[in-house]
Design a protein. Structure first.
Length: 417
């Protein structure tokens, strides 16, 4: 009886506590969405824009129709100047009523070479091309931000650059083209946002200060052996055996060369050789993806990979051709901008919808904007679903409203503080 009584009391206490938390959450939510400008967010248009772009995807460096569409939408807003820094990229520029700082927010526009496997009524019309990374959502969200702020010119001190970038998915990436164009000269801070599934829809994740993503490098390796009949291996040099030894040795880099705790991944994603079961091939092809977070480790891993390939092929009497490509560096979030982004997100969404996001193990050419000014990159949860780069990837579109709110608040706070 005593246990039952205690359980009853505990249930009442917990119920009251949860009820109070719920009331507080609702109170906070109401307070944080009372900003007068929130009513200017074109929520239905954001979804319309996203669905149009999703249905008409284009691959990296080929975003011509997407770029034209974005340009047309931007030109429909008041007070926005449109420039084209590269063939398929677009920048909208909003100058406030008073002089001040200059800030940029970036979205990417390209899709992936993938056949969509969803039942969406607005699924991709293009064969083997799909927005499976969420760039359609990024573009639509930033258009919503531009639309909202374009009606607030009189309240702004400074200048906003809305960057709609091409070719994030394919190295060397589109960021470098835009940077080299000189169009962003004078920008003092860059912000970016990426949608991620399996985080609550509309919740904003603040990525870590410092390494917020990994650097990505790749290599393509041709091992040149000597073909022979399968029954006479002594007359050949088997490139599969050489390749297998290389693959095994490469796995020791992370376990035996890199400092423990330093995030590093070496993935052999391709190993192809031979056409017949009874023939020793004369060639093998390997390809790999390498992820690191620090410049020192990146250099160390590259040197070690080259040493392993050189010495193992020599030991087996084979030769090789190696193409080692340094692609995107790690995004390195600025401490002050991160704190600014967090404060703005909490202001407009409430603490319950802002969280510390883990470092992204993927790579992003947003990292290059740090060549001009400090950067801060964050995530936007889009609910449960397939991972990015999956043919079944979908977006909970209700999240996009919070994406726009967060972006607008970050820009307002940065320019007007």
């Amino acid at each position: 009886m005593m246990i039952r009584l205690l359980l009853l009391v505990l249930a009442v206490v917990l119920s009251g506590s949860l009820s109070a938390q719920s009331k507080q959450s609702k109170k906070t939510g109401n307070k944080n969405t009372d900003a007068a400008w929130v009513k200017n967010i074109p929520a239905d248009d954001v979804i319309k824009w996203r669905r149009h772009i999703h249905q008409n995807p284009e691959l990296s460096f080929n975003e011509e129709n997407t770029g034209k569409y974005v340009e047309e939408v931007l030109k429909s807003f008041p007070n926005i100047e449109v420039i084209r820094p590269a063939k398929t990229s677009v920048i909208g520029v909003l100058k406030g009523a008073k002089p001040g700082k200059t800030v940029a927010f970036r979205a990417d526009m390209d899709a992936l070479p993938m056949q969509e496997e969803t039942d969406l009524p607005f699924k991709s019309k293009a064969n083997n091309v799909m927005h499976s990374c969420g760039h359609d959502a990024h573009t639509a969200t930033l258009l919503g931000t531009a639309a909202t702020l374009s009606k607030m010119q009189s309240q702004l001190k400074g200048t906003v650059y809305f960057i709609f970038q091409h070719a994030e998915e394919t190295p060397p990436g589109g960021a470098i083209d835009i940077i080299n164009s000189g169009a962003l000269k004078g920008v003092e801070a860059f912000f970016g946002m990426h949608v991620l599934p399996n985080f609550p829809a509309g919740h904003v994740g603040i990525l870590p200060v410092g390494a917020a993503s990994t650097a990505q490098d790749v290599f393509h390796l041709n091992i040149i052996g000597k073909g022979s009949h399968g029954s006479m291996p002594h007359l050949g040099i088997d490139p599969i055996v050489v390749g297998a030894a290389i693959v095994s040795a490469l796995q020791t880099i992370v376990s035996r060369n890199v400092e423990p705790g330093e995030m590093t991944v070496v993935t052999i994603g391709k190993f192809q050789s031979g056409d017949a079961f009874n023939v020793i091939a004369d060639r093998a092809e390997l390809a790999a993806s390498i992820r690191t977070t620090s410049d020192e480790t990146r250099k160390q891993v590259e040197e070690r990979i080259k040493e392993i390939i050189e010495n193992i092929t020599k030991a087996y009497g084979a030769t090789y051709e190696l193409e080692y490509i340094n692609t995107y560096p790690a995004i390195r979030n600025d401490e002050a901008l991160n704190a600014h982004a967090r404060k703005s997100a909490v202001t407009v969404l409430g603490k319950e919808q802002v969280f510390d996001a883990p470092m992204m193990t993927a790579s992003e050419d947003f990292a290059y904007y740090r060549k001009i000014a400090p950067v801060s990159f964050m995530t936007l949860g889009i609910g449960k679903g397939a991972a990015n780069h999956n043919p079944k990837f979908t977006v909970d579109e209700s999240a996009l409203q919070n994406g726009v709110k967060t972006q607008v608040q970050i820009i307002l706070d940065y320019l007007n503080k």
